[in-house]
Design a protein around this ligand. Structure first.
Ligand code: AMP
Ligand code: GLY
Length: 420
């Protein structure tokens, strides 16, 4: 079977690799891909926002399955488009993708179905939002409604900072803003919780803890994710049941009552407060770097899982995992998440000899002749599986030390909450 993967990050490289382990996959195309995917797939530089053009490519190459990595095409309705054209595609449709695309859509579901989440207000204009601040407790969380590529969330310590955030959002910093959310600040520990759903059956797909802040000890600016470990230290049977019964099932029931079946990965970003889960946000895809952390633990054929999901037969699958801990460390361009330079040669990558518990997934990389150049903020993901998180982290640092690229930096403390 020929498969197309849409996206170009570490997540997509990990997906490519998981698929390449399946005997039933004859060819993988990655659109547009990176220097890592190029080794196992054919990278195609095509505008992924132009669905008609994509369709021409898919049909001319006899592609039988499309897997979508990032949220933007999902929110834009890529699944609806290809389903209408009778081409198999994995991911939620446009309606369901509002769970990530619109924070107010999700909050309204939480309200109606009693799903635990931070207390919130939705405001349609600057004046209403600002007058609400008069009686608010600080810090308060100010959020833009739509997709903001991981930005658009402000944790505000006082009224002045909150007002500035409100102005920035309504002035269009993250695109035209019809409304804004003001949210109670929750104190707890974050956890990423994944399931795969075919509309009838929900199967758990591991937990992880991301490290969003750029600096060690969780300091500095928010990033796309500097590293992750899996499983999360917070998960236990009673918490697991609460997450499924209080958050995941009611959400999918809400969609069902709106005549929508959820098909694909669903990623709940949770705040855990004294073993109680609160929903912070939904993502309608795998996480990045959580995906790179989790997929190397998968024992079951990934293609089989995806196809079973599309055919609504997830109830027939038993997903098996290697009983190992996994830890991912992200190597970034100096300056990230602010300004950084691209097109810097990365040497030695091909010389690193990996054992079966080590992986390197590319993110912001590209090829130029026979060299690999940096091409983004998050550049490479180093992943190790081990019984011990400490050994996994040491193994990642060992790999990173072999890379010859003076423009990179990384957090040496990934997993510090599980490593003494
Ligand atoms: P979001 O894009 O909604 O996931 O928010 C980005 C980050 O902001 C989250 O990963 C949290 O670290 C933080 N955050 C968002 N909402 C809240 C909240 N209500 N309380 C505390 N932290 C929050
Ligand atoms: N790890 C954060 C995200 O994928 O949104």
């Amino acid at each position: 079977m020929k498969v197309v993967i849409i996206g170009s990050g570490g997540r997509e490289h990990a997906i490519c690799e998981a698929l390449s382990n399946s005997k039933k996959v004859s060819k993988i195309y990655c659109l547009p891909g990176n220097a890592g995917t190029k080794k196992i797939a054919e990278n195609i530089d095509i505008d992924i926002e132009n669905f008609e053009n994509l369709k021409k490519f898919i049909i001319s190459e006899n592609v039988e399955l499309i897997i979508v990595g990032p949220e933007k095409p999902l929110v834009d309705g890529i699944v609806d488009f290809f389903e209408k054209n009778k081409i198999q595609i994995f991911g939620p449709n446009k309606f369901a993708s509002q769970l990530e695309g619109s924070k107010t859509f999700t909050k309204k579901i939480c309200e109606k179905y009693n799903i635990p989440t931070a207390k919130f207000g939705i405001f349609k204009n600057t004046n209403d939002a600002k007058s609400f601040l008069k009686n608010s407790k600080f810090p308060i969380v100010v959020k833009a409604d739509g997709l903001a590529a991981g930005k658009g969330v402000y944790i505000c310590e006082n009224k002045e900072v909150s007002e500035k955030a409100i102005d920035e959002i309504f002035n269009g910093k993250f695109g035209a803003a019809k409304c804004i959310l003001l949210e109670e600040f929750l104190i707890g520990e974050e956890m990423s919780y994944f399931v795969i759903s075919d509309g009838k059956t929900i199967v758990k797909f591991q937990t992880a803890q991301d490290h969003k802040r750029v600096g060690e000890g969780d300091t500095g600016k928010n990033t796309g994710g500097m590293g992750a470990y899996s499983p999360s230290r917070l998960i236990n049977d009673s918490l697991d049941k609460k997450i499924l019964n209080k958050i995941i099932h009611p959400t999918l029931k809400a969609l069902e009552e709106m005549n929508c079946e959820y098909k694909g990965f669903l990623y709940a970003g949770l705040m855990i407060v004294q073993n109680e889960p609160y929903l912070i946000e939904y993502n309608v895809r795998m996480g990045d770097p959580e995906c790179q952390t989790i997929l190397p633990k998968l024992k079951t054929d990934f293609l089989d899982i995806i196809l079973k999901c599309i055919k609504k037969k997830l109830n027939e699958t038993e997903i098996e995992w290697y009983d190992k801990n996994s830890l991912c460390t992200v190597l970034c361009s100096k300056g990230y998440p602010d300004k950084y330079e691209n097109n810097i040669i990365i040497n030695n990558l091909d010389k690193i000899i990996l054992n079966q518990n080590q992986k390197i997934f590319h993110a912001g990389t590209k090829n130029k002749k026979n060299t690999i150049l940096s091409n983004g903020g998050r550049v490479l993901n180093f992943v190790s599986l081990s019984n011990s998180f400490k050994d996994a982290r040491d193994s990642n640092i060992d790999m990173i030390n072999k890379v010859d690229w003076s423009h990179g930096f990384y957090r040496k403390d990934i997993g510090y909450k599980v490593i003494k």
